[in-house]
Write a protein of this length. Structure first.
Lengths: 810, 313
């Protein structure tokens, strides 16, 4: 191609340019299976699968190739979902191959590779019977995964919490994945009442939450009080807090990857549990051989879990309790004959607040109440296929659907309709090819169709509304290069073409990461990552309000995408039983949004205020990973700010047109101490202590009488009272978020004991939240209608004990 | 308009606090700022324009602001200085419902009759200077003129509606208005519904809303009462979805409101201490300087034949 031609293409109009850029993506998506690769001249390839004794593929196994005389691996690789691994471009000589994963005994093999040889080496690992069951194993698995990422990926910040670890972390009534994430460094939560979290100065809507790779938009019950995931069905939760490679897109702040428990049970297994929140049941088993074969596989497993709150049923004889929640989650995995893996995931959850036949206990029978019915929930389905293609390629394809819907109506007034909906359909393919010269090439693409509709109308007029749709076509490529056993470098490029109705926006997102290992043992490294990240949807949720659902809108003509530039440097160190990670980061955000409370109803384009933000900070994680006493200490320093237009000043040129303020999640220092201890007799003890420095709020500086303009008479009169005993007052606010609530701290404890009769096991547990009853402030109320004026307030959770029981039947 | 959104939020907040929240035992004194507040709403076609000045609450006292210099000026025109006037000229009533202890000493300023004709579509500026040197300023553009198309009224301003019927109220566009705010003052419901087991007050006021310049219809009475649905007997409000009972009488006011007025009534962001109002005056204080164009009608609900029916074929 000549320079002239290239120039012309760069200047192509938006849609044409997008189609041009989508060309490589189409090629990726339509790529035919790739033939086996020859080893480059003078080198050798090594590939194979790692399985357990029963032949089940093992993912996440660290396979290391070592020179026979040296302790340091020359190459490492992690097995994929099908248990496959490949190492290409090895010098012809004698090697030791070491493979290990927690829960399995590490083993070593010796071999000699000749020039031009392609050697298949299938490895079988045996269960490690020395390790005790439960939290130690699971905790080590999580750490192992972190260690594997440390060995193989240069930039990413990955923190993993294993499924069994989750259960020992104190939660509200029962274990909660989303609450556990708050305990990791760089993560800030602003309220006991909300599981929404903020990562490194990003808004809550900038976190991509995935269930087995499928996004889930609003994974909360009761406006954020509980997460939707049943901890029994979860294998692990991995938070990627920064330094993402080119394969990551869609959100700018973090990725929380929640993985279902796909491990095959030995026969039928039934687990159940009762907490003060809900009852839950989980059934899992191997897939019948005949069914597995009919589906083209060799063996497989399935899992179904259900959860429902029960207060509405429990209190039914006495009064109508108006709320219940349900969750249904299913997962099936099939190992295919070609060494691949098929995985199906589904989730459906709903919250129902039904006040259509509700009167509070003790209310006058003749008193009538506003009858309301409010439903909301998620629907998720995903199909994933991981398949080795020849010796050098691995393909991963995913098809997913995710939708969230929220509908509020008044039973007696059919002119009131409040609702919001967002849906996403995703097709994604990732290809990975091991190359000569110690490098791995990653290439992939995705097509996402997103659509949303919001509506709030009453009394024949629409208060708020909008709908839109768009296609996000993304393609990426990156090279993971080991120029030397001490270095891993990964340059990458991502291209996002956002095609909303009536327009196109193409954004290029370069990524770069480098890591240098320190010492012979490769157990310490310094790392650097730089990258640009993009996001094409926003939530309109007011983050200062502790409980509410997200209302999503897509970037379009009037709403720009979020573009975030991020840099981080870090140092990681692993010891036998400990690990330490510290990272310094800086982030900028363009296109952050906030609901415009003074939008012009005649202008559909000013519903959002669009501004900028930035954050910087330091995260530190010290983790003990082995032995009866495990846990971690996480410390985070953060400084975040946002700059947004001040719409009230519009038209007044001599007034500042923007306002800069710390967002509510600007918690400057956050410290979590997590201790998990395995006592004799299968007793597990968990403790969590959190300290959070003050978060900002906007202080009312005075109140004045609220006057109402009497429309018919043209004069003023005191407004109506807001409620019994409340004066009609208007609050005058001071500088935005200039004051801070007192520091937050809280101690939570969990005690569990597992009994193991012949039919299975059962675990009663006791949890106490906020053991020393710290009155952490949720809100202050300022009262200027008395002399002297006073400040009172509402606290978050008081001391909150709860009990529950879990049982497993085999 | 975010009033309904806020209602939902408050309901959720109350629910969560009932579930687990606790009142803080700590109550401390808080320093209060003594803030000047302006209430000014220009009304097109009215002979007098008024401005109310008061201070933020100090205990149970609403202090006034006497001896201030208050001027209104049409852009490009002569400034008019408003004079202090009796409170009654600004205030429909001073008593805060069920709060006799609150003393209102707000100060009323008024133009002389005919001194400042306010015209639809024009822009006006407000300046306030107090004795202690505080200065405030504001600007409003009065919405464009409009007229009621249905019910089409003659000079009597009253029409008749059969019971159990809804009346589509339609008006022409008011250029530049942000919203139309309507009130319906209904009387006679208590007599009309006596013996039906419905708790109807002697008089009630319901609010209707049409957001944006182009939304020029509202169904009367079904679409009124969107902010009052928790204030009255639900069976009464359900009944009004279908129309009025015979014997009721309703005064309808439709006002085209400018940006400042709309912002003052819809409020600002969430704050747990109470409602927040978006100020449209700048300087050493807060308040509203808005403008309205108002049209009115009256509806008599009767089964009798009439020469002035509200509903016309």
């Amino acid at each position: 191609m000549t320079r002239r031609n290239r120039t012309r293409r760069r200047r192509a109009p938006g849609l044409r340019r997008a189609l041009f850029l989508l060309g490589p993506l189409a090629l990726v998506l339509l790529a035919a299976p790739v033939a086996a690769q020859r080893a480059p001249a003078g080198t050798a390839n090594l590939f194979g699968r790692v399985t357990d004794e029963a032949g089940a593929p093992l993912s996440g196994v660290l396979v290391a190739v070592l020179l026979t005389e040296a302790p340091t691996p020359v190459r490492t690789v992690l097995t994929d979902g099908a248990g496959a691994y490949q190492l290409v471009g090895l010098a012809p000589r004698r090697y030791r191959v070491r493979a290990g994963r927690l829960g399995y005994r590490a083993d070593e093999w010796e071999l000699a590779l000749a020039a031009g040889e392609r050697r298949r080496l299938d490895l079988t690992l045996r269960t490690d019977t020395v390790l005790v069951e439960g939290v130690v194993v699971e905790g080590r698995r999580a750490v192992d995964r972190e260690r594997a990422r440390f060995e193989t990926e240069p930039g990413i910040t990955a923190r993993v919490v294993g499924g069994e670890q989750l259960k020992v972390l104190p939660g509200l009534a029962e274990a909660d994945v989303l609450r556990a994430v708050e305990l990791l460094p760089g993560v800030v939560s602003t309220s006991d009442f909300s599981s929404a979290f903020h990562v490194r100065g990003g808004s809550a809507d900038q976190n991509l939450i995935l269930l087995d790779g499928v996004p889930i938009f609003n994974p909360f019950h009761l406006g954020g009080l509980f997460g939707v995931f049943n901890a029994d069905a979860i294998a692990s939760a991995e938070l990627l807090a920064g330094g993402f490679g080119a394969e990551y897109g869609g959100r700018v702040s973090s990725v929380l990857n929640v993985e279902s428990n796909a491990e095959a049970a030995d026969g039928l297994e039934v687990m159940g549990g009762v907490s003060l929140l809900a009852t839950r049941v989980l059934v899992r088993s191997e897939l019948p051989d005949r069914l597995g074969r009919a589906l083209g596989g060799e063996r497989g497993s399935w899992l179904v879990s259900a959860r429902r709150s029960y207060f509405d049923q429990l209190f039914r004889p006495v009064f109508t309790f108006p709320y219940h929640l349900t969750d249904l989650q299913a997962n099936a995995t099939i190992e295919t004959r070609g060494g691949g893996r098929l995985r199906f995931t589904a989730y459906g959850g709903s919250d129902v607040l039904d006040l259509s036949d509700f009167s509070p206990p003790g209310a006058d029978a003749e008193e009538s109440f506003l009858r309301v019915r409010w439903n909301w929930g998620n629907r998720v389905a995903g199909l994933g296929w991981t398949q080795p293609l020849g010796e050098a390629w691995t393909a991963d394809a995913r098809l997913g659907y995710s939708g969230f819907e929220d509908a509020l109506g008044f039973t007696d007034f059919d002119d009131v309709r409040f609702g919001s909906r967002i849906r996403q359909l995703t097709l994604r393919t990732d290809l990975r090819r091991a190359f000569a010269e110690a490098s791995t090439f990653k290439l992939g693409g995705s097509l996402e169709h997103l659509g949303y509709r919001n509506n709030a109308e009453a009394g024949g007029t629409q208060f708020f509304g909008g709908e839109g749709a768009g296609v996000l076509a993304a393609t990426y490529a990156s090279v993971l290069w080991n120029p030397d056993p001490r270095w891993v470098v990964e340059p990458g490029l991502r291209l996002d073409a956002w095609l909303p109705r009536g327009g196109a926006r193409v954004l290029l997102a370069p990524r770069f990461a480098a890591k240098r290992f320190l010492g012979e043992e490769r157990d310490a490294a310094v790392k650097l990552s730089l990258g640009r990240y993009t996001q094409f949807l926003h939530s309109l949720r007011d983050e200062e309000f502790p409980i509410s659902n997200d209302t999503w809108i897509l970037a379009g003509e009037d709403v720009p995408p979020v573009v975030s530039d991020q840099a981080q440097v870090g140092l990681d160190r692993f010891w036998e039983s400990w690990s330490l990670s510290t990272e310094l980061y800086y982030r900028t955000f363009r296109g952050v949004t906030e609901f415009n409370l003074v939008d012009d109803p005649n202008d559909p384009g000013d519903d959002l205020l669009v501004g900028d933000g930035r954050s910087y900070g330091l995260d530190l994680l010290l983790r003990r990973t082995r032995g009866r006493l495990t846990g971690w200490a996480a410390a985070s320093l953060l400084r975040a700010e946002r700059t947004l237009p001040d719409p009230a000043a519009a038209g007044w040129e001599d007034l500042p047109q923007t306002v800069t303020f710390p967002p509510i999640f600007d918690r400057r220092f956050d410290f979590d101490l997590i201790v998990q201890y395995l006592l004799p007799r299968d007793v597990e003890f968990g403790a969590r202590w959190n300290y959070g420095s003050p978060i900002p709020y906007t202080r009312p500086v005075s109140q004045h009488l609220a006057w109402r303009h009497n429309l018919p008479r043209g004069r003023f009169e005191p407004a109506r009272r807001q409620g019994p005993g409340e004066l009609p007052l208007v609050v005058v606010l001071g500088e935005r978020n200039a004051e801070r609530y007192p520091a937050y701290h809280r101690l939570d404890l969990t005690l569990r004991r597992t009994f193991r009769p012949r039919w299975g096991s059962y675990t009663p547990y006791l949890q106490v939240l906020n053991v020393y009853n710290r009155r952490n402030v949720l809100f202050y109320f300022y009262n200027y209608d008395r002399l002297p004026a006073t400040r009172s307030g509402i606290s978050m959770f008081p001391v909150l004990p709860s009990i529950g029981i879990e049982a497993t039947f085999r | 308009m975010s009033g309904a959104r806020r209602s939902g939020r408050w309901a959720a907040l109350v629910a969560c606090l009932l579930a687990a929240g606790c009142e803080l035992t700590e109550v401390v004194t808080a320093p209060a700022e003594d803030i000047l507040v302006v209430e000014a709403v220009l009304r097109a076609g009215e002979p007098r324009q008024v401005v109310l000045l008061h201070r933020a609450l100090g205990g149970d006292l609403v202090r006034g602001e006497p001896a201030a210099r208050v001027t209104l000026r049409p852009v490009g025109g002569e400034a008019v200085v408003l004079a202090e006037a009796p409170q009654q000229r600004c205030l429909e009533r001073t008593q805060v419902p069920d709060a006799d202890s609150i003393r209102v000493e707000a100060t009323c300023y008024s133009s002389a009759s005919g001194q400042l004709p306010v015209r639809p579509g024009e822009t006006y500026e407000l300046q306030v200077e107090t004795l202690d040197g505080r200065r405030l300023r504001g600007r409003t553009q009065v919405p464009g003129d409009f007229r009621l198309l249905s019910p089409a009224l003659d000079s009597s301003r009253t029409c008749t509606l059969p019971p159990g019927a809804n009346l589509p109220v339609v008006w022409s566009r008011s250029a530049g208005t942000w919203s139309y705010i309507a009130t319906l003052e209904i009387s006679g419901l208590d007599r009309a519904l006596a013996g039906q087991g419905i708790n109807a007050p002697e008089w009630l006021e319901l609010t209707g809303l049409a957001i944006s310049e182009r939304d020029t219809t509202i169904l009367l009475p079904a679409q009124f009462g969107i902010f009052e649905r928790t204030d009255f007997d639900q069976s009464l409000l359900r009944l009004l979805q279908l129309g009025f009972p015979a014997g009721a009488y309703a005064e309808l006011t439709v006002a085209a409101a400018d940006r400042n007025f709309v912002n003052s009534v819809r409020g600002g962001g969430f704050n747990p201490s109470g409602n927040v109002r978006v100020s449209s005056v700048f300087g050493d204080g807060v308040g509203v300087f808005g403008s309205l164009v108002v049209r009115r009608a009256a509806i008599q609900v009767t089964t009798a034949a009439s020469s002035r029916p509200c509903l016309r074929n």
